[in-house]
Design a protein around this ligand. Structure first.
Ligand SMILES: *Cc1c(COP(=O)(O)O)cnc(C)c1O
Length: 406
């Protein structure tokens, strides 16, 4: 028996959904590779990758196969039992990274929640209750639970929800001196995104991350890298920390890890993992067989030279084209980021108008993102065709031509 669908429209959103989002005027219904079709059959080029999620584009045959094969076998058994896809994915992750141990969750926020709780537990058990302070970067983003918004410390996300979680301080990103003055033996963890995503696509400087690692070691503080956005090939390496050669104690991954199926993971060492003993933390869905089967397929495909090397080629092409448009229309003054997480920074005259650029692009059948009001962000599929890049850029050019002549 198949379920009969009642017709729905964009206007229904404003009637039935909690209004925390303001989605675009159209509703996507189907995707293939880096193209998406809406209800009216209009075709769009997708430079958003579902905000750094659809790492292999839409409806990749290997992911469809992994999901449907698992769907006919076993969906869920709870963590009273383990399951094969979770064990296989955990093995892939530990073989490919610094980590020995994995905790699965369903989202980036939950992976970070686990990371922050683990860091505090570790501090408590190794040095006592005083060692509970967490230092994070200004302008960072770690998710929307109360702990993660407290750590990110952006008032727009954390104000107005009653008392925040205490013991968290914030320092400017890429400023080692500022961290030096904050860090102490009470610090249990320093949390950073190696490339700040939501904060404007801002990569960490090499010397900064090296200096942070040394300060953490000096004060027995754990270094946590939030790679929810920068991870799983987006930087051109499996994880961005590999570019820097700076190894964290805890790493969180989500977004691209499921290629569009919800999953999150916290990776850590054997030594630190021991502080999360039986019953200390948990989850119902984390490690779900469907999610892990898809994650296994994603990782198997992304962590290959073909895909990772292809990121650099595509990145160079996109950067070159964005700079060309930027100069021609006077809109972008710089393109920054790494691999296929790119931010085109608006010029002084265009500051604050990333939303307008995004909307104009949509009107030209192109999906793009913003990262704050001053940065246009692209996070496409890692295997986007060169032809799709050229077509997307042509559409962006039409949007910019229209905007700048208005
Ligand atoms: C998106 C994001 C998160 C939150 O992930 P969710 O899956 O939305 O909970 C956390 N950290 C970073 C760096 C992100 O980009």
């Amino acid at each position: 028996m198949s379920i009969q669908h009642a017709p729905v429209h964009r206007a229904d959103f404003d009637q039935v959904m909690v209004p925390v989002f303001a989605p675009a005027a159209f509703i996507p219904v189907r995707g293939a590779g880096s193209r998406v079709w809406d209800q009216s059959g209009r075709e769009l080029v997708d430079f958003t990758g579902g905000i750094a999620v659809n790492v292999l584009g839409h409806a990749h045959p290997a992911l469809v196969e992994a999901l449907t094969e698992q769907a006919s076998q076993l969906w869920h058994v709870s963590n009273v039992f383990t399951n094969e896809p979770a064990l296989r994915l955990a093995k892939l992750l530990t073989e490919a990274t610094f980590a020995d141990r994995v905790f699965f969750a369903n989202s980036g926020a939950e992976a970070n929640e686990a990371a922050f709780k683990l860091a505090r537990r570790y501090g408590h058990e190794t040095a006592g209750p005083e060692k509970c302070e967490i230092i994070a970067a200004l302008n960072s983003f770690h998710g929307r639970t109360l702990f993660t918004v407290s750590v990110a410390g952006q008032p727009k996300y954390s104000a107005g929800f009653g008392p925040k979680i205490e013991g968290i301080t914030h320092v400017p990103f890429n400023d080692l001196e500022a961290l030096k003055t904050q860090i102490s033996d009470k610090t249990c963890a320093v949390v950073l995104e190696p490339i700040q995503g939501e904060g404007g696509v801002m990569p960490a400087e090499q010397a900064y991350l090296e200096g942070v690692r040394a300060l953490c070691d000096q004060h027995q503080a754990l270094l946590i890298f939030d790679e929810v956005q920068s991870g799983v090939g987006r930087s051109g390496q499996l994880y961005a920390y590999m570019h820097y050669g700076v190894i964290p104690d805890i790493l969180t991954s989500a977004k691209s890890l499921g290629g569009g199926f919800p999953i999150g993971a916290m990776l850590t060492s054997e030594r630190i993992a021991q502080h999360f003993g039986v019953g200390v933390h948990g989850t119902t869905y984390g490690g779900n067989p469907l999610a892990c089967a898809v994650g296994e397929a994603v990782l198997s495909i992304v962590n290959t030279p073909e895909v990772l090397e292809g990121v650099a080629t595509r990145s160079a092409l996109l950067q070159r084209e964005l700079m060309r448009l930027g100069e021609r229309y006077g809109v972008f003054e710089q393109v920054r980021g790494m691999g296929l997480l790119l931010g085109a920074v608006l010029t002084e005259a265009w500051k604050g108008r990333a939303g307008d650029v995004m909307k104009a692009a949509q009107e030209e059948d192109l999906m793009i993102l913003q990262a704050g009001p001053d940065v246009v962000r692209l996070a496409p599929s890692l295997i986007i065709d060169e032809a799709d890049i050229h077509e997307g850029i042509a559409r962006l050019e039409r949007a910019l031509a229209r905007l700048t002549s208005a």
